[in-house]
Structures are given as C-alpha cells and as structure tokens.
Write a protein that binds this ligand. Structure first.
Ligand SMILES: Cc1cc2nc3c(=O)[nH]c(=O)nc-3n(C[C@H](O)[C@H](O)[C@H](O)COP(=O)(O)OP(=O)(O)OC[C@H]3O[C@@H](n4cnc5c(N)ncnc54)[C@H](O)[C@@H]3O)c2cc1C
Ligand code: FES
Ligand code: FES
Length: 1284
C-alpha cells in the first residue's frame, strides 16, 4: 500500500498509520490525475493505507511534506490549524491538513458544509474538533460572521452588535486572524508536466507487476479485461480497494492474481438519456454524487426522486476519502448486508449492464443479492455500468439510514422505499421496499408491498403493513451484529417516516389541509455549526503566562515534521516484533510449538516467558501479572509469545504459524454478575461510610432503588502503542524510545525484567500521539517484552501495534455496574444513599484497586448527603485487563450518583436541576465523606453562572413547548456539576524534577518529567521557564522526556502533570535566576515554585490537594423513531484557577467533553459470548467525529478564581471535564422521558450508558418498539455479551 511505501521506502513519515482500514483519515494524501479528455487535473483526497501503489501510474501524490515545512514555507492550512490550537498530540493533524488542503485545491473559498464534509473522514481523539474547524473556517467567507448566537439572533450579519462582554473579558478569539498567512494558490505545487505529457502522448499499455506471492494485472481495454476475467474468474477486480483491501488486511484473504481495471475507459462512461442516466461502474462515489447533484439541478424535480434518494445516502456513506476512491460497481458487487446504495438501486428498478463473453442487462432486484457478499453475477462477469431511471409522475422515493454515528459509519439499518400512486388518487399502483442491515444481504419486503398494492395509502393500510412487515422481516435473536429488537423496530419506524412523507405528498397532490401540521414536526435539525470560546483576561504585559500561546510543536505537527516513535529511522539490523496472543478465554498452556514460525523467511527468533532473564511478572498493587503467559491464559488477547523478524510482515507471518496447545479450563467469567456469583474478585474490596445510612433510611419519606450499567471505553489514542529498543554501550545498556506516559515506570519494569540495574536503561519520550491513561502500565509490559527480544538478539527491536492488536490487548476503561438505594424527603432532600460499584477489571489487577478507591472518593460529586455509604469491588473476569483512563474511575462513579439524583427527580416529578442545585449541593465550607474540608464557593458560582449563561430557565420552558408540539422528536436538557479532586493518592507518583541548562549563547534547554501527549505540557513549561528566567519563550527549548536526564519522574496522568512538573521547572529556574544575580548586577543593562494521604481503615484523609469545579448544561434533540440525537447546545463553565494558557486549557476542556460525550452516548465495546473482542477498529468502534460536536458550544472560564496549591494559581484540567459529557446523556434521558409520557409512562426508568441510538430508541417506547416481541431470555445465545 502507498502508506508503507511512503513511510518505509521514501521515509516520508508525515503520513500516519492510525487504523490501516480507511476509518481514521490519519493517512490522508492528495492524489492528482490529469484527464486527457477534458485537459483538466482532478485532485482528490485518499487514504494511503488503502491505496495500492500499483494503481498510481500517471498520478501525482502530494503528502503533508509536499505542501509546506518549517524550513522553507509553512502552508496556510498548516499554519491556521496550528494557530487555531487544532493540534494537540498532533497525530491526526497531517491527515486533517491534507483533507483541508485538497478541498482548497478544488475550492479556494469553501463554505462550512464543504469543510465539515472534507473533515468527515478524519478522526481526532484530543481536540473535540472545534479548534480544527475554527482554523479551517478562516478560509471560508462565512467565517467573517461574528457567529455570536448560532442561529443568527444577535448576529453581526443581521446588523446586530456584538454580545455584551464585561470589562476584563478578552474577545472570544483564541488566535489572531489578522496574523494569518494568505492563501495563495499560485504557491501550490504544480502538477508534474511530464505526467501531462505522458498522458497525452504515450499509448496506454497493460501492466503486470509480479510480487513474491501475488500478480497484479492492469488491463487498458475492455476486451483485455474480459479475457483476463474469463481466464481467471476468481481474480477480484480491484477498483477503490475499499472492500478487497480490508478483506486482505483484516480477514487474511489472499488472491494470487488481482485484476485492476482502473484504466479501462468503458468503465467510466456516463450516458444521459431522457429515461435516465447510465453510470460507468468504475465511477467513484464522489463522481456519482457530483453527477447526481448536477442532474437534480438540471431536470424537473419530479423526475429526480431516485437521484435525490441516492444523494441522501451518498452524503453519509463513508468519509470523503472513501467516496473519492470507492466505486459504484464495487459497492454493488461487494453486496454488503448494510450497503446504503443497494436498497435504493433495487427499490428504484435500476439495471446493471454486465459483460462477459456477451453483454446482458440484469435487474437489480431481490434475486440479484443472494447472500452475504454474494450476488447472482457469474465469476467471469464484469459490471460495465448501472442505469438509474428518472422517476415518473406519481412516483416517489425516499431513502433512510440509521447508523451508530451520523457520518462515516456503516448503517445499522438502511432502506430504499418507492411508491407509485394511481394518477389523481391515493391508491398504490407500485410499491417497492428494500432494507439493508436486517439479513445477510439486501432484502426485499415483497409480501408487505404486495399487501399494500391496489389499496389506498391510509392509516388502515399502513397499520396492516406494519404487522405484515414485522412478520416478513424477522431476525433471529442471535443475529450477527446483535441489536435485534432495535433493527426490527427500525424497519417499522423507517416505514412510518416514509408514510409521513408520502402523506405530505398526497396532501399536495390529492388532499388539502389537516395533515400538514403533523409533518412540520418532522423537519430536520438545523445543521448550523457555531462555537464561541470566551476566556478571561487577568494578566497584562509580555509575561507569557496566562496567554493563549499556541502549542509549541503545533506547526511541526501540522507539517508532518514532528517525530513520533514509529517515525524514528530504522536502525542497522533492526528487527520487528509481533505478539502472539491467546485465542482462548481461560485455558492451560500445554505447549508452544514455534518450529514452523522459525522456518518462515526472515524470522529470527520467538520470545517466550522462558527467555526472560529477570522477573517474569509485574506486581501491581500487590498482585502479580505475568509479562508473557507462563502456564495459563486468562483472556482472549493474553500475550503468550512474540515473533521477531527482519520485517513486520515476516514477523506477522511467523506469528500466524505459532501453534499453542491449550486445555480449556471450565467456566470462564465475563460479566460482573458472573464474577459476583463466583466471588471472583481482586481484593481488598473497599467501603466508606459517613453518618448512619441504615438508620437514616427509617426516617425518610421515600426510598428508591435503581441501577445503571456503564460500558467500557477504548482509549483510541491515534498513535498505537509504539516502541524501539536499542541495545547500546559496552556494558549492555538499553536505550528505549517509546510512546508512553510514565517513562520511569517503563525503565524500572525493563530493568527488573532483564535483571539489571535501572541505570543501564534509559527511556526517551519525545512526544506521545495521545494516551489518556492507556500508555502507563500496558506500554511498560510490552516494552519489557520488546526489551527481552533486544537483549536476546543483541539487535534493535521495534514493536508498533496494529490498531486491532492494540484494542485487543491493551484493555480499556473499566465497565461498571452501579446500584443505588436512596432515601429522600418530599422536597427532594437526599438524607441517605447506599451505592455499590462493581468494576469489571478483566484478567489482571493492573490499577483496578486504585480505580475502585477513586470511585468511592468521588461518589459524593457535588452533593452533601449526610448519610452516605459506598462499596466498590474489582471483579476478576476473563476479558482483557482494563486500565487507567482519563478520570480514573470518576466518570463511572459520578454517573451512578447523578443517575440516582435523576431517579429522585423522576420519582418526585420535578426537574433534576432542582434536586441537584438548590436542595442537595454543598453550600458552605463542608467536610467530604472522607472528612476533607473544602469551600464549595466556586462550585456554586460555576453552577449559577452555567444556568445563567445557558439561559436555562427560558430554554427549559421552550423545550416544554417544543415537546408538546412534537410527537416524534423530543428535546431534553440537563445541567451537571462537577467537583473533581486533583492530585493522586499515591505518594510515590507525586514527585517531579527538572533539569535546566543555560547555554553560553543565552538559549535555555529544559528537561522535565512530564510527557507531551497533546495536553500542551511542554508549552506550559516553556511559559513557566520564560516567566521565571525573565526571558522570551523563544529562547527556551523543551527537550524529550528522558529518564537519564530527569530520574524518578511521575506519570503524566491524573491532571497533575502541570502542577508537579511546573513547580519543578519553576524551582530550577528560580535557583538559576538567583545564581545569576551577580552577573545581572554587574551588567544591569544586559539582555537576555502537601502532605497527601488516605487512611482506608479510618475512612478519612486528605488524598487530594484541591478541587477543580465546573458545571455544564446540554440540550439535545432526539428522534424517537430512530434514537438518533443531536446536541443542540452545550455551555460549560469551569473553574480552573488562573489558567496558564487559556487556549491549551480550553482545548483540554473541549477535547475531554467530546471524549465524555463519546463515553456516555456512543462508544461501545462488544465481546462475543466466548470473550472475543469484536470491536477492533474504527469501523466497529465509533468515537465522536466532527459531526458530533454540539451545534453551539460555549466554554467559559470562571473569573476571579485562585488556587494556592498549584503553579501560578492554576488548576489541573485534563480529566475533570470528561464527566461533563454526561450532561448529554442526561439530556437524552430527559428527552426520552418526554417521549415516554406520550406512551403514558411516568417515573424513573433505566437507561444504560452509553445511550446509543439503540438504547435511546427502545427506551422511548414508541408504538413501533412496543410491537417487537421480546426474545425469551435463556432461549438463545445473544450475539454479544452484556458487559459489565
Ligand atoms: C471506512 C469505510 C467506510 C464505509 N462506509 C460505507 C457506508 O457507510 N455505506 C456503504 O454502503 N458502504 C460503505 N463502505 C463500503 C464501500 O462503499 C465499498 O467498499 C465500496 O463501494 C467498494 O468499491 P471499491 O471500488 O472500493 O471496490 P473494491 O474493493 O475495489 O472491489 C470490491 C468487490 O467488487 C468487485 N468489483 C468491483 N468492480 C467491479 C465491476 N465493475 N464488475 C464486477 N465486479 C466488480 C471486485 O471484484 C471485488 O470483489 C465503506 C468502506 C470503508 C472502507
Ligand atoms: S490509517 Fe488510513 S484511514 Fe486510518
Ligand atoms: S490532536 Fe488530533 S488525535 Fe491528537
């Protein structure tokens, strides 16, 4: 693929690997081709990971390095994304830059829709997207608007003045637009003239590439293509490679011969006739989209029903990079069960033109789709084109899809529906309904259609149709992909949507009046993107502290020059390591047969536990964990051995043939319920209590018991686990370059594993492409294995996990089952609460015992509950071991608490905000349940300010009105507070050090213990050093984190990286500054900085230094028919003390909020009944994309807040805001409650987290979900486990 060619052969490492399957956009490049027929150059973005190099004859590829760099000239796209603070860890940035760059090459003044479409195929895990969009929209005319009020009210374009700002507020700009380089298209690289000459003059000849295991043939004529297909009927035709590529990579498909007909002109022909349009099968989906958009403009609207339906689907199909290469023929022939286009083609009576030895037409109907990935095409047949007819008078068509994410996600259910009415009446003449996602292939609701044809389109007919449909489209309860009830209800509710739209049409055609109002309720959400960032000024002068200074590496990240671990050039003799993991959840290892692996060319060795010279296990919180499994495996994904070879592919081939003999052990444990039943725990359990809970329950007005399940969360750092271990020196030292948050821990672990002192191991971290807690313990264990390989072979060894391996092996956030019993008074005052937390730890303890402690220390959140008891336990299961994740248990803990508050409000029939704010929140200097005194003044200020800024009271009323007027769409709103403790309980990880060198030329080099993973710690340290040394920040360089320069570092985690390291840098700089005093005196004109503990026996302590407070109000609109939701508006007020760098902190706030939104509303880890993780890449696991940011997103930093416990009165911010993503969860729950009222259901109900469209739709309890018969528990094996 082009990606490995660029990175490994050409050493162009700006293009990144994030997933290898077209799902993340990190590898985006621009491909340009000259079109001799039109004499134009076509530029399009593409995923290098799916682009076969053999297909690139005659094409020019532009990578991020090609558009600008720091040595010559930075391109405005690179500059603007960087200056708008759109680059945190920076790993996604080159891909973002290239998507935007390609857009600008095609459209120098794009609108907002163009921008969001261009970025739709790129994922970012750090920023929350707002700053990236901000940077990109500076190219758009629309960005000249003040964007003050989202929907235009009070907007400058309406002649309204700017919103009122207090005296000490800076304008809501985190970067200066005046300062930006202009876009000058004349500076762009020109298309290579030799390629134009080649295309114009050189005859096209067929090509053949022969590899070790594969032959690639690229014919140029149709005749040749047919001949090839006749001789090699099993050879696939590779066009966009978006189906074949992932099959080869992820499913191990192998094709000795591949035919690539991308140069066969007949496959690209487009013919327009009055009857319709015939589109060549080789046309990309982007070309098809542009063509149909043109046709919709050109021909009368009534003829474009099918075209508009296709456009509806094409707008959401994959990301732009996928649509640019994926072909219409490939989409049809791939015959995905949930293809978006096939149901529309089939319902729209489209026809395929097919050629083998002869040509024929095939109607694209139910007979064409014969099974999973199978059609009725014969192996030697080639699809030439597809004919799409114009619609006839009285004919209407619609397409609908429901997917786990609005964009760039395969649909759960997708459909094409076409009806034709008898002229002048509502009698159905033709009806065709096809669904995707409800069977092994595109399926037709033939019987349902037959039952409706000839009848009037009215309520009676439709109501019978739903019953028929339910009978006809049936799914087994064990259906692959699960979500059976949801899928079935979607088949009905999507037909209902079609019904509503057809009623509208009939109203226009046949009826008048009454139905229209019902339909207005159905309008789509406004697709307005609007953001304001407001921050406060408290500082003046040249002091960099407190200023929104750009991330110091942002430019080099945007140009692709920033070096990540796998960008380090290959060392002499370097080997690659691939892990071999268990395929059994719980088994004895009988033997490991490596003989075949050693025969694979290039394989040098296989590392097993026996090769470990030192300690064969790591000890976490007193519990041992094997580095490589010794006698037993305890989860699928347990690391057993590792193959090292000259290349990664050779190591992979070797790993595939290692044979491990297992003897299954009985009764694996997967869920917390199973763990409770079998008492499978990591001990000790924890308990904390204040007051007398049992007694208090006797005195309250009401008692309610509830529960909530919270699923895990994959870290999905964009840079997967990466490391290079290099043996060096005379006395067998190791230099370890790795992407990790805690280099000192890695150093200690490696030294113990090898049985050598720590002073022989130095760990180096230049930067980390995202971590979020997932690169502490897990990285260290993999580094130990890689070090054993380097130690044994004496050669440098590189280990870079593929996305699927990373997701399988390295665990996630702990899923939790939370139960509550709450006692409260008639006015909502909670007098007693008893909470139980069961965390699914997986197969090893890792940091689980610390996580369950943190869960208990946060269960009060912002509330003063006089009698409060919490119990938590880490359940030992046979799933991959879970680990730290941003928030470290707090997001789980507080969700349970807030859910309890929500239940109290629902019991009393009042708004949850009343129960939260006025009645139960801490109000004065108080003691927490662990007897720590604090002042909640700023918590209350955040709460009040949030309600005021979000205009809570007015909007609450208007939501009520909206919900009264709309039956199928409901709005909901929730305001959530947070009180988050900063500083880790564990003393050994709280120290920090810094080494500052002042060179004779006046430049300064700072080393400190924090690792830069996008949170901007290096930028903040530069600001600190600048202030303390009284010199410009430009004179200061922050070097890599290196355990030989700064020993015994603390992990960059728990939001205290800046606090700890900032003090160390400050201290070092102060010392040096004082030492320089005599020098300054001599030449006055010269230029140029707790005692924390927790006693679990006494249940008291001061485990934290201080609290970060905040509050967040979110409003959502939920489509009750599909469970789809959109965040309409979010307002966050955070007290982060005196921000050292508001842009970095706002970036952390927005990024954490979006990550929380993902946790609570969309990200779902799914395991098979035998404990195999299904969700191993962005295709199956959905993190938020640019389409998920709130339509209006306001962040405010609380003014006038001080913090005596941290550097320059700032506060830790990395973790707390993640929990505020739960405001979206509770807003969804609020909207669902409104829907349930329509079904006559009031009072508390269970909605587990994440509130996916599936859970939301089922909880809404519409007439359609009610029709689905529940499968009898125990009568079938579900497709996936119900974790926790
Ligand atoms: C990240 C990602 C997201 C996606 N999202 C969506 C989505 O939301 N909705 C959706 O519907 N699809 C989605 N897809 C699927 C995508 O649309 C299809 O993979 C694509 O259209 C296939 O076209 P291709 O040219 O890449 O096919 P290739 O991979 O090149 O070929 C696929 C198959 O089609 C056959 N074939 C191709 N052309 C012909 C021809 N002319 N005649 C006969 N056989 C032919 C090949 O032999 C091969 O078997 C997604 C794919 C990816 C990777
Ligand atoms: S690496 Fe290519 S899309 Fe993810
Ligand atoms: S900045 Fe986008 S993934 Fe880190």
């Amino acid at each position: 693929m082009l990606l490995s060619y660029l990175r490994e052969r050409l050493r162009l490492t700006g293009t990144k690997y994030g997933c290898g399957g077209g799902g993340c956009g990190a590898c985006t490049v621009m491909v340009s081709r000259y079109q001799p027929s039109t004499k134009t150059i076509l530029h399009y973005s593409a995923n290098a990971c799916l682009l076969p190099v053999c297909q690139l004859q005659g094409a020019a590829v532009t990578t991020v390095e090609g558009i600008g760099n720091t040595k010559t000239r930075v391109h405005p796209v690179q500059e603007r994304i960087a200056k708008a603070h759109g680059s945190q860890c920076g790993f996604c940035t080159p891909g973002m830059v290239m998507s935007m760059y390609t857009l600008l090459r095609n459209k120098p003044q794009p609108n907002m829709e163009d921008i969001t479409e261009a970025l739709g195929g790129n994922l970012c895990r750090c920023t929350g997207y707002r700053p990236i969009v901000d940077g990109c929209k500076t190219f758009s005319q629309e960005s000249n608007c003040c964007q003050a009020n989202g929907n235009g009210a009070g907007c400058c374009l309406n002649g309204d003045s700017s919103p009122q700002r207090s005296e000490n507020e800076l304008p809501p700009q985190l970067f200066d637009q005046e300062d930006l380089l202009p876009l000058d298209p004349t500076q762009d690289l020109i298309f290579p003239p030799e390629l134009i000459l080649m295309a114009e003059t050189e005859p096209q000849v067929s090509q053949l590439f022969r590899g070790d295991r594969m032959v690639w043939v690229s014919p140029v004529s149709l005749e040749e293509l047919i001949q090839l297909k006749t001789s090699h009927p099993q050879a696939p035709l590779v066009m966009g490679n978006t189906n074949i590529g992932p099959d080869i990579k992820f499913k191990g498909a192998w094709h000795p011969i591949i035919i690539s007909p991308t140069r066969v002109q007949e496959l690209f022909k487009v013919t327009k006739t009055p009857q319709g349009v015939c589109i060549g099968a080789g046309c990309s989906l982007s070309v098809v989209k542009a063509l149909l958009e043109g046709l919709v403009q050109e021909i009368p609207e009534e003829k474009t029903e099918i075209y508009r339906s296709l456009l509806q689907q094409l707008g959401n199909l994959g990301g732009q990079q996928i649509r640019n290469v994926a072909t219409i023929g490939g989409n049809i022939v791939s015959a995905y069960p949930n293809s978006d286009l096939n149901p529309v083609f089939a319902a729209g009576n489209c026809i395929l033109n097919v050629a083998s030895k002869s040509e024929q037409e095939i109607l694209l109907n139910k007979d064409f789709f014969v099974g999973f990935g199978k059609t009725s095409l014969k192996p030697d047949e080639v699809v030439l084109s597809v004919f799409i007819p114009v619609s006839r008078q009285g004919e209407f068509m619609r397409a609908f899809r429901q997917a786990p994410r609005k964009e760039n996600a395969l649909a759960t259910v997708t459909t094409g529906m076409r009806v034709m009415f008898t002229e002048g009446s509502s009698v159905v003449k033709e009806l065709s309904i096809y669904y995707g996602g409800v069977g092994p292939c595109t399926v037709s609701a033939t019987k349902t259609c037959a039952a409706v044809i000839g009848r009037k389109w009215d309520e009676q007919t439709l109501s019978e149709a739903y019953t028929q449909l339910l009978d006809e489209i049936s799914l087994s309860p064990s259906h692959p992909g699960g979500q059976v009830e949801f899928r079935r209800s979607l088949t009905l509710s999507l037909l209902f949507k079609f019904n509503l739209q057809m009623l509208h049409k009939l109203w226009e055609m046949v009826w008048t009046g009454s139905l229209f109002a019902q339909l207005v309720a159905y309008l789509h959400l406004k697709n307005l993107h609007h953001y304001t960032g407001t921050f406060l000024k408290y500082q003046s002068g040249d002091d960099p502290v407190g200023r929104p200074i750009m991330h110091r590496s942002a430019i080099s990240q945007a140009t692709g020059e920033a070096v990540y671990c796998d960008d380090i050039p290959k060392m002499e003799g370097e080997l690659h390591l691939v892990l071999v993991t268990s395929t059994r959840p719980h088994a004895k290892i009988l033997d490991i047969d490596i003989s075949e692996a050693l025969q694979v060319p290039g394989v040098v060795d296989v590392i097993t536990s026996k090769d470990i010279p030192g300690k064969k296990f790591r000890t976490f919180t007193g519990i041992d964990e094997d580095i490589l499994a010794q006698n037993e495996v305890s989860c699928v994904g347990h690391m057993v051995c590792a193959v090292v070879a000259d290349t990664r592919n050779q190591a992979k081939r070797g790993a595939a043939v290692v044979k491990i003999g297992y003897e299954d052990l009985p009764g694996p444990v997967f869920t917390v319920e199973e763990a409770i039943e079998k008492q499978s725990f990591f001990l000790p359990k924890r308990m904390i209590e204040q007051g007398n809970v049992d007694e208090a329950f006797d005195k309250v007005d009401h008692i309610y018991e509830g529960a909530i399940r919270l699923g895990g969360q994959e870290h999905f750092y964009m840079e997967t686990q990466s490391m290079v271990v290099v043996p060096s020196g005379e006395e067998r030292e190791l230099k370890v370059y790795l992407s990790c948050q805690h280099p000192t821990y890695a150093q200690e672990s490696i030294a113990e594993t090898l049985g050598i002192p720590s002073n022989r191991v130095s760990c180096h971290v230049k930067r980390v492409g995202g971590a979020f807690g997932g690169k502490v313990t897990k990285t260290s264990i993999i580094a130990c294995i890689t070090s054993v390989a380097a130690w044994k072979t004496g050669r440098a060894v590189r280990c870079v996990l593929e996305r699927g391996e990373d997701m399988l092996i390295t665990g996630a956030r702990h899923p939790v089952l939370g139960k509550h019993k709450v006692g409260f008074m008639n006015n909502g005052r909670i007098m007693a609460a008893d909470l139980h937390y069961y965390a699914n730890s997986g197969n090893t303890a890792d940091e689980s015992l610390l996580v369950i402690e943190k869960i208990l220390l946060h269960l009060d959140n912002a509330y003063n509950v006089p009698n409060l008891r919490g119990r938590s336990v880490a359940c030992k299961t046979n799933l991959p071991s879970n680990t730290a994740f941003r928030g470290f248990g707090v997001p789980q803990s507080m969700l349970v608490t807030e859910n309890m508050i929500n239940d109290v409000a629902m019991m009393l029939g009042c708004n949850a905000e009343e129960v939260r704010g006025k009645i139960n929140m801490y109000k004065e200097v108080s003691l927490t349940h662990y007897k720590f005194e604090f002042d909640p003044k700023n918590l209350l200020r955040c709460w009040d300010e949030c309600k005021e800024k979000s205009d809570y009271d007015r909007r609450r009323k208007s939501i009520g009105q909206f919900n009264q007027q709309n039956r199928w769409k409901k709005r909901g709103m929730a305001t959530i507070p947070i009180k988050f403790d900063i500083f880790c309980v564990c003393v050994s990880v709280r120290q920090a050090a810094s080494l500052v060198h002042i060179y004779k030329d006046g430049s300064v080099l700072v080393s400190h213990g924090g690792t830069e993973m996008g949170q901007g710690i290096h930028t903040k340290m530069q600001q600190v050093a600048s202030r303390e040394l009284h010199i410009p920040a430009s004179l200061i360089h922050i070097t890599e984190t290196n355990t030989s320069a700064v020993p015994n570092t603390c992990p960059s985690a728990a939001s205290f990286g800046t606090d700890a390291n900032g003090m160390a840098v400050k201290d070092a700089c102060e010392t040096l500054y004082q030492r320089l005093e005599p020098v300054r005196k001599q030449n006055p004109e010269g230029t140029w900085g707790h005692d924390l503990h927790m006693d679990w026996e006494k249940q008291e302590g001061q485990p934290y230094a201080y609290y970060t407070y905040g509050a967040c109000c979110s409003e959502v609109e939920v489509d009750c028919l599909t469970g789809d939701y959109r965040t309409v508006r979010t307002d966050i007020v955070m007290d982060i003390g005196r921000s050292i760098n508001p842009s970095v902190d706002i970036g952390q706030i927005e990024g954490a909020f979006i990550q929380g939104l993902g946790l609570y509303t969309m990200e779902e880890l799914k395991f098979s009944p035998s404990g195999v993780l299904y969700t191993r890449g962005p295709s199956q696991y959905k993190i938020p994309a640019v389409c998920d940011i709130p339509l209006q997103f306001n962040v405010y930093l609380l003014s006038g807040s001080d913090n005596p416990h941290a550097i320059y009165s700032s506060k830790g911010i990395g973790e707390p805001v993640l929990f505020l993503g739960s405001s979206v969860f509770f807003a969804i729950k609020d909207a669902v409650a409104a829907s349930r009222v329509e079904a006559g259901m009031v009072g508390p109900f269970t909605l587990d987290s994440p509130a996916t469209p599936e859970r939301t739709c089922l909880a809404c309890n519409t007439p359609f979900t009610q029709k689905i018969p529940a499968s009898k528990q125990g009568s079938f094996q579900p497709w996936a486990l119900n974790i926790p």
